[in-house]
Design a protein around this ligand. Sequence first.
Ligand code: ZN
Length: 505
Amino acid sequence: MTTVLSSVYQDLVERLEEISRLGGIMSTLHWDQEVIMPAGAADSRAHQLSTLSGLIHDKSTDPKLGELLDLLQKEDPSAFNAVEWCNIREAKRDYDMQTRVPKKLVQEITELSSRGHHIWVEARKENRFTDFVPTLKRFIELKKEWAQYVFPDKTAYDANIDIFERGTTMAEITPIFEQLKAELVPLIKAIREKNQQPDTSFTQGKFPIEKQEALGRRISQDMGFSFDQGRMDVSVHPFCGGGHATDVRITTRYRDDNFIESLYAVIHETGHGLYEQGRMAESRDLPASEASTMGIHESQSLFWERMIAQSRGFCTHYLETFRSVFPENFKDVTVDALYAAINVSEPSFIRVEADEVTYPMHVILRYEIETGLFDGSIAVEDLPQIWNDKMLNYLGVQPPTDTQGVLQDVHWSGGMFGYFPSYTLGALYACQFYNTMIRELPDTEKNIAAGNFAPIKNWLNKKIHRQGKLYTPAELVKRVTGEPLNPGNFIDYLQIKYRALYQLD
Ligand code: ZN
């Protein structure tokens, strides 16, 4: 780099670091709000967060930042290394996204998000979908308008997907989801018709919270989570947050009559936490080091929750631990019984309670509805009926109320469309990464059964966590696994595992 260019880049770096640090402070305040803030501080905290987000917005849309980016973008990429060029590219994308939309539209979306949330909470409580119809209609109009400003070359729905799963489009998602549907609907039906669920009685009973907490902490540590650079606490909804790669905060929640739910929430959030702690050592306050996308983030939590913690090897390793912590419940439990009990597949009304076989159908249902809402082939008023028909076709169950059906998710009340596919793409990436890992590290299954997770964590650190935003998800999957995203990995995994578990033909 020439001296002039290097001083322009340095100016950019300082501005981006400032924005990133303010974001870290905001994230720490969010954690505080969810975990320890006294209820009486709700109003003052809302004001603090809004002041801070205004400050971040001003800094991110500063015309001087735009000028720097224009100067740098004119240069030949070869004047920079990969991380530097990624910082420039990401900052430019973010700057454009924030400055291309007219202020009036931004304000209307922000206002509708907070009003819409309140309307949705009430409609859900009262089981009255009609109360939510005007909000949803307006949001679709606004998000179509928003898409034209931000990504004029994309269709409105693709533009919405792009915020969560960069570079991924309907053209790629639709055939993948069609393939999943063709395989999973008959598998779900076969499991249901078999009508033979395993004994799960030993997962219920009395499980003192201190014991659950110690167990969760231990397993999180076994997985490689650093408590020197992270914490684990309690919140209403489990999440992974924190202000920096050296300060990662995960949470869970406890029920004293069931420990599996809380433990698997810890494992899931630890998966997210390991991604954050594993970020590249340089540029930690710059965009290049940030997590790739929602879907890749979810691939890391699901990798640990499903590919590792729902495996037979994991049961082999931890059965004795469970027995020593909860001796009465686990007195006569075998590895096979534990493995069957943590892999129950049964259709449910609620997406967040779904297992790995049925979960994709909840996502596909929402994806089909969203694409229909955006291309105009589905009317908002018809949603409850369409929802219930699809539930019956895909999962064989129908929710008795809209509260347990079309009104269950928070996403649409905030205008978040195009988010749901990330969950299932995450599951597909996780499985494909796992298949590559067992090829490259053939001892993986043995390592899991021995509780030796270091090679697994190191592999993920190197192949995924340290790659930050250098690649799109499609590029990353190709680089790590040698092939584009192939749903066959996930389909084979589910077919083999669940046909054996439920003794189907
Ligand atoms: Zn997650």
